[in-house]
Design a protein around this ligand. Structure first.
Ligand code: AMP
Ligand code: ZN
Length: 477
């Protein structure tokens, strides 16, 4: 097993993974604010975290992942008020659509998804500890964290606090702060807003304190890994560290992993540019979530990912190459001893795949190893070298790598999932190819009635055939 190394934002250096409890990784991943449908940028981050957990499991660790749902903050409160419904009624459909998006992209479930609104007691306790220890102060029913009380504030982001000017304009509801740099832990209730009772009067938690309270409740005061998108680094994660370590005196998360942003056509996603896509938007345009998952996997998490429709097509083409290998293998005759070249290629792909994952989760490198193998295996099929049991060995290897990738098995990605409006008459790639090969066989036998019947059956499922000298090509109509 190779040594597993990650780039730690805390300290800005690569370091070996050394979990507190051998063989077990406890990780916290900042979740969505459920005031809206998540966009594909958020999904990139959630997918990175999914592959991280899958890779850690594949590399032999037990994983305990916690992801919060932010169901109370300024945006959810404003949304509920505008819609004239309760906070819970307002956020419920967005929670549902978040999980539906995760399912559509085959993101594995975390062990827990705690909601902010059901953990207010824990947040109040944390704020009380900070007040007791002199790290927080109360003003007009709100509680603020005193940044000057925390010597190593800034250690994650490297921010120069003097640059955060003291004279900056302060949000109307935070005018009580002693220092403009201090941040709110508990907000006094405004009339008509949802609120909870606290030692400081009715109010609600600040966003940062939510993640500190819920991560420590489920993972302990010190845990292994904390993830999020780069935009969370400052102030959110910096503030999480400040609150947690000031309250407990113990180190908070040890390894901080930040995924870079997704951009669209080279630009930041924004409502005004009309390029802020949700998964539903893309599916309405006929995008296959399987290709999207592949595209997200193909760029290292610490690099910006430029989403274009062209790159999606390239992702779909890459997947087709793996599907074609499966198809060819299914039709190859097995004869003689297992092929020695294949046995060597199987060993190489596993070792290279593991080495890439262990190197700061280099999934793009792992995919590279996979395609070296696909090329090799195709050659073995073409040269008629497939021996007894080789087909199953290849399929087992693909299934094994797919425990990390979650994208290689076409049977798990039902056709017809590409848009809710589909009639569900879809055939999987394998089913299409199985019919095409039956049709080819029927034509070779001059059974044209059967060949036509198969063509009609495919046409009904929206599959367009094109007979070329090299064989039958197909596409989805
Ligand atoms: P939010 O609901 O805004 O708290 O975001 C949920 C997660 O998505 C956080 O980890 C963010 O850092 C991440 N995120 C937000 N925008 C993007 C983006 N354009 N690309 C990648 N991740 C993002
Ligand atoms: Zn968070």
């Amino acid at each position: 097993m190779p040594e597993i190394v990650f780039y730690n934002t805390l300290g800005r250096a690569r370091e070996p993974l050394a979990p507190l409890v051998a063989g077990e990784v406890r990780m916290y991943t900042c979740g969505p604010t459920v005031y809206n449908h998540v966009h594909i940028g958020n999904l990139r981050t959630f997918l990175f975290e999914d592959v991280l957990r899958r890779a850690l499991r594949w590399l032999g660790f037990a994983v305990h992942q916690v992801m919060n749902l932010t169901d109370v903050d300024d945006k959810t409160i404003a949304g509920a008020e505008k819609a004239g419904v309760s906070l819970d009624d307002y956020t419920a459909p967005f929670v549902d659509s978040f999980f539906a998006d995760l399912d559509a992209l085959h993101v594995e479930r975390a062990e827990r998804y705690p909601r902010a609104t059901t953990h207010v007691r824990e947040m109040i306790e944390l704020v009380e500890r900070l007040v007791e220890r002199g790290h927080a102060y109360v003003k007009d029913g709100s509680v603020y964290f005193r940044i000057a009380s925390d010597d190593d504030y800034g250690k994650l982001s490297g921010i120069d606090l003097d640059q955060v000017r003291r004279g900056e304009r302060v949000a109307d509801d935070e005018y009580g702060k002693d220092d403009v740099r201090d941040f709110v832990l508990w907000k006094a209730a405004k009339p008509g807003e949802p609120s909870w009772d606290s030692p400081w009067g009715p109010g609600r938690p600040g966003w940062h304190v939510e993640c500190s309270a819920m991560s420590m409740k489920y993972l302990g005061e010190t845990f292994d890994v904390h993830c999020g998108g780069v935009d969370n680094l400052f102030p959110h994660h910096e503030n999480e560290i400040a609150q947690s370590e000031s309250a407990t005196g113990a180190p908070f998360a040890r390894l901080w992993l930040h995924s870079e942003h997704l951009i669209v056509d080279g630009e930041k996603m924004s409502k005004s540019l009309g390029n802020q896509y949700t998964l539903r938007d893309l599916r309405d345009r006929g995008v296959d979530p399987r290709a999207l998952r592949y595209l997200f996997l193909s760029v290292h998490y610490r690099q910006k990912l430029n989403f274009t429709f062209r790159s999606l097509a390239a992702a779909a083409a890459a997947l087709r190459r793996v599907d074609e290998l499966r198809f060819r293998l299914a039709h190859a005759a097995e004869a003689g001893d297992p092929d020695a070249g294949l046995a060597a290629a199987l060993e190489t792909v596993r070792a290279d795949f593991a080495a890439a994952l262990a190197d700061d989760l280099n999934v793009a490198g792992a995919l590279g190893a996979l395609f070296v193998f696909v090329r090799e295996a195709n050659k073995i099929v073409e040269e008629g070298r497939v021996g007894q049991g080789d087909r199953d060995r290849v399929l087992a290897a693909l299934a094994d790598l797919d425990r990390v990738l979650g994208v290689l098995d076409p049977a798990e990605w039902k056709v017809g999932a590409a848009g809710e409006g589909d009639a569900g008459v879809g055939l999987s790639d394998e089913e299409v190819e199985e019919r095409i090969s039956r049709r080819t066989a029927a034509r070779a036998d001059r059974d044209f009635a059967e060949a036509d019947r198969l063509r009609d059956e495919l046409a009904e499922a929206g599959i367009v055939l094109e007979d070329t000298p090299q064989g039958t090509r197909w596409k989805r109509g």
